[in-house]
Ligand binder design. Structure first.
Ligand SMILES: Nc1nc2c(ncn2[C@@H]2O[C@H](COP(=O)(O)OP(=O)(O)OP(=O)(O)O)[C@@H](O)[C@H]2O)c(=O)[nH]1
Length: 389
């Protein structure tokens, strides 16, 4: 039976970094297919995985909740028939809702003979608070529904910040194992073990019983068949009581009402951290959302701008451009930029940018230069101008 593992995480969280590690250290003897749903016009990550001999099926770009409906089951079937993989990894776009992806997999599980094996979310320990405040509508769902949460950048963040992030994550998800050790210090197999069996220490200490049939932990005294079945139907990683509680609310965002209001105080999607910036908005209710519980589509809030180019750059000029994008909001709220560009000296420059963090490195020549910027309220003309395109 083909296993499905979902690796979710906001823009630039570290999904690809994790997948590379798992491919090398945990899945090396398996036939693996990766399904990526990149938000952005230009698929940047495709190359290296193809080189590594792994088949890729890129789904439509854009929001996963749109591109997964309809042909998702058919696409999965095709992948299974063609490659007979041991495992399918799904990397949803950084702004997709994890609950939508889980549901989509569950809907086709039976007809395709797949088994949802794990659903993990990678969270940037440095920017967790900021993302939660400004883009909570998209960010929080990935945390709430995760079976395990991997904190990235715990290798570079200070302890206090990491602790704060951990507490925020725990407030959104009471059950998931939260991995705080930098993943480079953990063996891929060990990581996979936690992802597949996301039992928190607290749970272990409560000595709950593991069901011999399904391997899941059940609460004491809840062994009758009906409850058991129901418990597993949703697969959302929450226990039944919590589950009901979450879904009680029309908004379905997985918050109780009080928390919900609290979060919305800060979530206007403007890209500012309100508490820190003391930025005021004149929304009628202060929550930035309509009262008819209209939910924003990722496409309404996030856009991407990308270009293919033969223009050559120098490392210095690129550094300057990325510094400007990172520091100023003149170009929109830039959440992610990446690409590979030809350099003036004949080498190739690869870059990766998330807020306040830019990595520039040398890489193998590409068939053409490509770059992609993702954010909210992007000013495309200005972006083209700063890149000299
Ligand atoms: N120091 C450090 N850097 C990291 C870590 N995880 C990821 N990064 C860096 O963050 C950047 C983004 O990482 P990716 O793995 O490409 O993130 P992603 O979630 O796949 O990004 P998307 O392309 O938006 O889907 C890269 O420059 C990585 O090297 C981490 O744990 N520590």
């Amino acid at each position: 039976m083909t296993k499905i593992d979902i690796i979710s995480g906001f823009l630039g969280a570290g999904k690809t970094t994790l997948i590379k590690k798992l491919l090398k250290e945990a899945f090396q003897d398996e036939q693996v297919v990766l399904i990526e749903n990149e938000f952005g016009e230009i698929g940047i990550d495709g190359g290296f995985l193809k080189e590594a001999g792994i088949e890729i099926r890129e789904m439509n770009s854009g929001c996963i909740c749109c591109s997964l409906v309809g042909d998702f089951g058919a696409s999965l079937k095709e992948v299974i028939d063609k490659y007979h993989p041991d495992r399918i990894l799904i990397e949803p776009s950084g702004v997709g809702k994890l609950s939508d992806v889980i549901r989509a997999v569950q809907d086709v599980q039976e007809e395709t003979g797949l088994a949802l094996n794990s659903y993990t979310t990678v969270v940037d320990a440095k920017k967790c608070k900021m993302y939660m405040r400004n883009f909570g509508e998209f960010f929080n769902n990935q945390v709430e529904y995760a079976g395990a949460i991997i904190m990235s950048r715990t290798d570079i963040v200070d302890e206090e910040k990491a602790m704060q992030s951990m507490e925020l994550l725990r407030s959104l998800n009471k059950k998931a194992a939260i991995i705080t050790t930098p993943i480079e210090n953990l063996d891929g197999k060990k990581l996979l073990e936690v992802m597949e069996n996301p039992v928190s220490l607290e749970q272990e200490m409560m000595e709950e019983e593991v069901c011999p049939e399904c391997g899941h932990v059940h609460e004491h005294g809840h062994h009758d068949h009906e409850e058991h079945e129901h418990h597993h139907e949703c697969g959302c990683g929450h226990d039944h009581e919590e589950h009901e509680h979450h879904h009680d609310h029309e908004c379905g965002r997985g918050h109780d009402h009080e928390e919900h209001e609290h979060h919305h105080d800060h979530e206007c999607g403007c890209g500012h951290d309100h508490e820190e910036h003391e930025h005021h908005h004149d929304h009628e209710c202060g929550c930035g959302h309509h009262h008819d519980h209209h939910h924003h589509h990722a496409d309404e809030v996030f856009t991407s701008w990308g270009r293919e180019t033969i223009k050559k750059y120098s490392r210095e000029s690129l550094e300057k451009i990325l510094a400007v994008l990172s520091e100023s909001e003149e170009y929109g709220v830039i959440l992610r930029a990446k690409g590979m560009l030809p350099a003036e000296d004949g080498t190739w420059i690869y870059f990766d940018m998330v807020p306040e963090e830019t990595e520039i490195r040398e890489g193998a020549p590409e068939y053409t230069g490509r770059l992609c910027v993702i954010g909210s309220k992007l000013k495309e003309e200005k972006l083209a101008e700063i890149f000299g395109l």
